[in-house]
Design a protein around this ligand. Structure first.
Ligand SMILES: Cc1cc2nc3c(=O)[nH]c(=O)nc-3n(C[C@H](O)[C@H](O)[C@H](O)COP(=O)(O)O)c2cc1C
Length: 330
């Protein structure tokens, strides 16, 4: 059984990765329904939180049905990070996660996200201060290192554990790799195999089939898989992996009815949460995958992703239902 602090997250948990503009409450709810054991918010700027920037504050919204849920924050300034821990706590998450992995320039250039991989002592002291500042478990998400020549993840993970991190999720790429090439899980397994490590080590990067999840569990011996892109527009990925774990067989893909139901509920939840304009806009990226495999889908998709009006998008769903009801996905 893996435990994050005192939270029992089951045997080889599947974690929904933090993803900007994706891992919002509606999507987290859908992933949770389909078997995600732990869900994380997208990253939230500590500087934005302490300035009370509306955009950052809204990202703190969490709901009972999604627990256990972790709120992820990023920053490189100790004072701001500590203050934002206090702000985050008021939202009542189960876990606080620190982002030490974001590779984008505007984050890295301020020494935050993966930028901190260039300053391991700061990474360790920041983590220690945050752990001391809260009673909640603090988890860390990071990458293998800054670049190929500076991979010290075994040592780094040990130091993070020593200062009180409750779990570490490791994306098997360096900052320099961004999202290119294949994720390398071997260094993550080295972390796991370090006899001094006792906290859960979750693997991340390119888990895109149930077989890959089994590989991460059985060949690499990790304690859970964090899943990102494979779930976008496809929350059923979680149940498919779980079914495969249990039976060694592939579950049939979701039916048209299930896909339409998810798309409709996703859009409605997003509108309820963010209002029509943003709700319509931010669910767009999911539709390609929700309906992947339907022949000549382009025109319908076009309607779904170009209108700012929720009624048009719902109408497009109705059209798809009329045209393709009972369509068998392979
Ligand atoms: C659209 C998108 C947004 C992301 N935003 C975040 C984020 O806010 N915080 C974070 O730690 N990682 C973020 N990531 C990285 C993912 O959490 C994950 O580490 C990465 O996608 C590799 O996992 P995957 O191969 O399962 O997608 C993001 C990735 C994507 C594709």
């Amino acid at each position: 059984m893996a435990k994050i602090g005192t939270i029992d997250v089951g045997e080889f948990p599947l974690l929904l990765a933090p993803m900007e503009d994706v891992s919002d409450p509606p999507f987290r709810a859908l992933c949770k329904e389909q078997g995600a054991d732990v869900v994380y918010t997208e990253f939230i700027s500590s500087e934005g939180l302490i300035r009370d920037a509306a955009k950052s504050v809204m990202k703190l919204d969490i709901y009972e049905k999604e627990r256990p849920v972790g709120i992820q924050i990023f920053g490189a300034n100790l004072e701001s990070m500590l203050q934002s821990v206090e702000i985050v706590e008021r939202s009542g998450p189960d876990i606080i996660d620190i982002n030490y992995g974001c590779p984008v320039k505007k984050v890295v250039s301020k020494g935050a996200g993966a930028g901190i991989l260039k300053d391991i002592p700061l990474m360790v002291s920041l983590t220690e201060a945050m752990v001391k500042h809260t009673k909640l478990p603090v988890t860390v998400k990071t990458r293998l290192g800054w670049d190929q020549d500076s991979i010290k993840i075994v040592e780094v993970a040990e130091r993070l554990q020593d200062v009180g991190a409750s779990a570490i999720s490791i994306h098997g790429r360096t900052r320099v790799q961004m999202y290119k090439g294949e994720a390398n899980w071997a260094p993550i397994a080295e972390v796991r195999n370090n006899p001094r490590m006792h906290i859960p080590i979750f693997g991340n990067g390119d888990v895109d089939t149930p077989e890959r999840a089994v590989e991460m569990r059985d060949q690499y011996g990790l304690n859970g898989a964090m899943i990102g892109r494979a779930s976008i527009g496809y929350p059923w990925f979680f149940r498919e992996v779980k079914h495969y774990f249990k039976t060694g067989e592939h579950l049939d893909p979701p039916t048209m009815e299930e896909r339409l139901d998810a798309a409709r509920r996703h859009l409605q939840m997003a509108i309820d949460w963010k209002g029509e304009k943003l709700g319509v806009f931010e669910t767009r990226r999911h539709y390609t995958n929700y309906f992947k495999g339907i022949p000549h889908f382009k025109d319908y998709r076009q309607k779904m992703v170009t209108s700012d009006d929720a009624a048009d998008v719902f109408a497009a769903f109705d059209e798809v239902e009329k045209e393709f009801s009972g369509y068998e996905f392979v």
